[in-house]
Design a protein around this ligand. Structure first.
Ligand code: NAD
Length: 368
């Protein structure tokens, strides 16, 4: 029987990269039945709402979705569709693997870490207001609960165990934020001894940024609160090769939404220039979630080999400064076509270079 999957094309480059990802998913031969629903700018035009009820209905029913990026107006306008979706569906664990691929686009080819970000509370709580009538002072409430801190820390340790990663780093700012920071720190400290085989250590967020910029290969799994995780996952993506290759997943109880780390990159919208890799690697994670392990391995391999060959790579992986031997940049659709062509023919028996492994899959990280 096929898998019914909600598909949200999104804004900006979203329709291009999701159509590229769909093409690669179809090349695996896995029977995926896409239910397309709109959120963001297209939904506003059709329904007047950026996040119509039909989106929630579809995800609640199918329990799984592939999503493109969605534009959020800056400094005003409607509330972030992304934040609302995560809160409403309680998609609390944002998992963002930062894996260097074939050494391209990075000065740190050994980078292979996963940022696990609490995605429902913290400074993205949406509780904010002006303090005075003249709008000269404002407050945003940083909501941290023991319950959410416990479950994200447990998720991170379970993920590390499942992915055979022996090191989890808890990141906070408990020296300054003595209530919210300390609450998260305590949750991390009390969870760690339940996983004695895993090395657990802590970093303050500022120090974490510096340590990552110096030697990202020292880290395997990082777990942190919402805003810190948002920032660290972009940093980690940059270290691994850029936003164009960084996939992500959001997990709730029995529900998963796969979306790249990057946003809608409006300046590239409609130009067929965006790198489809991040959205295609979301398909890899989605297939793992569905238990379609061989298909997922094929997608990862096909991406790896296409980037390693450098005949069909988009501008972000082709330009001088990003690669030792610059090549003419490919279009988004041509890169996707090449990856799709390779999917059925890649050789899964040849090991990848040391340290670069397909993920095991995080779908049931809380089952244990
Ligand atoms: P962005 O990630 O869209 O773009 C930043 C830069 O990264 C781009 O200018 C481009 O140079 C590069 N880039 C991003 N994706 C790329 C790709 N696939 N291929 C090649 N280069 C790529 O971030 P932004 O400009 O800060 O945000 C634009 C919009 O996206 C905003 O409205 C923001 O709120 C939204 N956003 C949405 C999500 C989401 O839907 N999950 C995430 C982040 C940002």
């Amino acid at each position: 029987m096929g898998h019914r999957v909600t598909l949200i094309p999104g804004d900006g480059i979203g329709p291009e990269v999701t159509s590229a990802a769909r093409r690669v998913a179809e090349a695996t031969g896995v029977d995926l039945d896409w239910e397309v629903v709109d959120a963001g700018e297209r939904a506003i035009k059709q329904t007047g709402s950026p996040l119509p009820e039909a989106v929630f209905e579809s995800i609640r029913k199918n329990r799984i979705a592939l999503k493109g990026p969605i534009t959020t107006p800056i400094g005003g306008g409607f509330r972030s569709v992304n934040v609302s979706l995560r809160q409403e569906l309680d998609l609390y664990a944002s998992v963002r693997p930062a894996r260097a691929i074939a050494g391209e686009g990075t000065r740190f080819p050994e980078t292979d870490l996963i940022v696990v970000r609490e995605a429902t509370e913290g400074l993205y709580s949406g509780v904010e207001h002006w303090v005075d009538r003249d709008h000269t002072a404002a407050e945003t409430v940083n909501i941290i609960t023991r319950k959410a801190s416990d479950r994200i820390c447990r998720f991170a340790f379970e993920l590390a165990r499942r992915e055979h990663r022996g090191h989890v780093t808890g990141v906070h700012k408990a020296n300054i934020m003595k209530t919210t920071g300390a609450l998260f720190q305590t949750a991390f400290r009390e969870m760690a001894p339940k996983y004695p085989e895993i090395l657990a250590d802590e970093r303050l967020i500022d120090n974490m940024c510096m340590q990552l910029a110096k030697k990202p290969s020292d880290y395997e799994v990082i777990v942190t609160t919402n805003l810190f995780g948002d920032i660290l996952s972009d940093l980690a993506a940059g270290l691994a090769g850029g936003l164009g290759i960084a996939p992500g997943a959001l997990y709730g109880e029995g529900m998963a939404v796969f979306e790249p780390v990057h946003g809608s990159a409006p300046k590239y919208a409609g130009s067929d220039k965006a790198d489809p890799t991040a959205e295609i690697l979301c398909v890899e994670l989605l297939l793992r979630h569905l238990g379609e392990t061989e298909a997922a391995d094929r997608v990862f391999r096909a991406v790896w080999e296409t980037i390693a060959e450098k005949k069909f790579v988009t501008y972000d992986l082709a330009l001088p400064g990003y690669t030792l031997t610059p090549v003419p940049p490919s279009s988004c659709s041509a890169m996707a076509a090449e990856i799709a062509r390779k999917v059925p023919i890649v050789d899964l028996d040849t090991p990848l270079p040391k340290g670069r492994s397909e993920m095991v899959g995080a779908e049931s990280a809380l089952d244990g």
